[in-house]
Design a protein around this ligand. Structure first.
Ligand code: SAH
Length: 343
């Protein structure tokens, strides 16, 4: 028996019902009630026969995680701290945009990459998330906001998604299902520090999903100091991205965390422009968000603007990412395994 309904693809749930001798059309009803109407219990699924409600309540939990804490930002975004079945905690962020919303998802408990400017790796790496644990981050946010349709997902929370591609790919299939959340693959973005096998797998398995690549530096020497466990060199990475583009024809987003006095000069912008020109894409300049115990300084808004202008002067499409949720430690790089009760 699977751990929960969220652990199943729809076809697997239907198969399970068939094996148990439960009418298969009820599997689709369960799926729709869970994902479309955010039902949290079987008795809430009023079309299901009472007997089946009781059987399912005992046999197959709908979800496996619970919301342990909710932090609301003055800008409207929310961070949820979830407790998983084994007691581990992860965080995800819900970012409203008018009637719609984006959810930023974690893919691992902790992170093995250990970027020196990011809080997620500071507590070490514990384990990969299951597809169910990834899907439930969306489910909990959706259940709290039934009126805001979640139409964008970014795999940019805690962890390195391409080191957990099998489960991330499964979660994408579940989140994409027409009878459930129905979130378009083109509205999902996977962010990686540069896992070459994972980039090839993404092109092969989910060519419509967007790829974002965390660069942060245009030389290997600087990049290695910022990303100590980086799995690749810039040369190999750019080769892999050229292949990715040839296979998918999808433009890559390059993420560049701007750290004052470290990677923010005109020379840095020039090198960055030269490095990425082989691969059609755009640059997201992310002003550094301060983390507890961090050794870096945030750039001034003037800094950010001139860096973007340098890039534009080199004919690179670049924009500065707006900061969201930093008052509740929910901005890029601030998610972590919860160690204290503060945000
Ligand atoms: N491991 C993946 C997924 C995490 S994405 C990756 O590295 O891409 C998280 C994004 O936020 C990355 O672009 C990351 O570099 C950025 N980030 C991390 N720490 C940050 C900080 N303190 N301030 C701003 N951005 C940060």
């Amino acid at each position: 028996m699977p751990a929960s309904v969220t652990a199943c693809l729809r076809a697997e749930l239907e198969q399970l019902f068939a094996q148990r001798g439960w009418p298969v059309f009820h599997a689709r009803q369960v799926w729709q009630w869970l994902y479309r109407r955010h039902a949290g219990t079987y008795p809430a699924m009023s079309e299901l026969p009472r007997g089946l409600q009781a059987t399912l309540t005992h046999a197959l939990p709908l979800t496996g995680s619970t919301v342990r804490a909710l932090h609301q930002s003055a800008d409207g975004s929310e961070k949820r701290v979830l407790t998983l079945a084994d007691g581990e905690t992860i965080e995800s962020v819900w970012i409203p945009m008018g009637a719609h919303a984006t959810v930023c998802l974690s893919t691992q408990v902790g992170c093995p990459i250990g970027c020196t400017f990011c809080a997620s790796g500071a507590g070490g790496f514990v384990r990969n998330l299951s597809a169910a644990e990834i899907v439930e981050q969306v489910w909990h946010a959706g259940a709290a906001h039934p009126r805001n349709e979640i139409n964008n997902l970014v795999f940019m929370g805690m962890g390195e998604p391409l080191l957990n591609w099998a489960q991330v790919a499964r979660a994408i299939q579940i989140l994409n299902d027409d009878f459930g959340l129905c979130i378009g693959a083109r509205r999902m973005t996977v962010s990686t520090v540069g896992v070459l096998r994972g980039i090839a797998a993404l092109a092969q398995d989910a060519p419509q999903v967007n790829l974002a690549v965390s660069l942060h530096a245009a030389t290997d020497a600087l990049r290695r100091t910022l990303i100590p466990h980086c799995p690749t060199s810039l040369h190999e990475l750019m080769d892999a991205l050229a292949h990715y583009y040839a296979a998918t024809r999808r433009r890559v987003t390059f993420e560049y965390v701007l750290l004052r006095g470290i990677n923010d000069s005109w020379r840095d912008a020039q090198r960055l422009a030269a490095l990425i020109k082989r691969v059609p894409g755009k640059v997201n300049v992310i002003p550094y968000n301060t983390i507890v115990g961090g050794a870096f300084a945030a750039p001034s808004s003037e800094n950010v603007r001139s860096f973007v202008e340098y890039l534009c002067g080199e004919h690179v499409t670049a924009i500065a990412r707006r900061r969201k949720g930093d008052d509740i430690a929910a901005a890029c790089g601030q998610l972590r395994r919860v160690l204290a009760d503060g945000p």
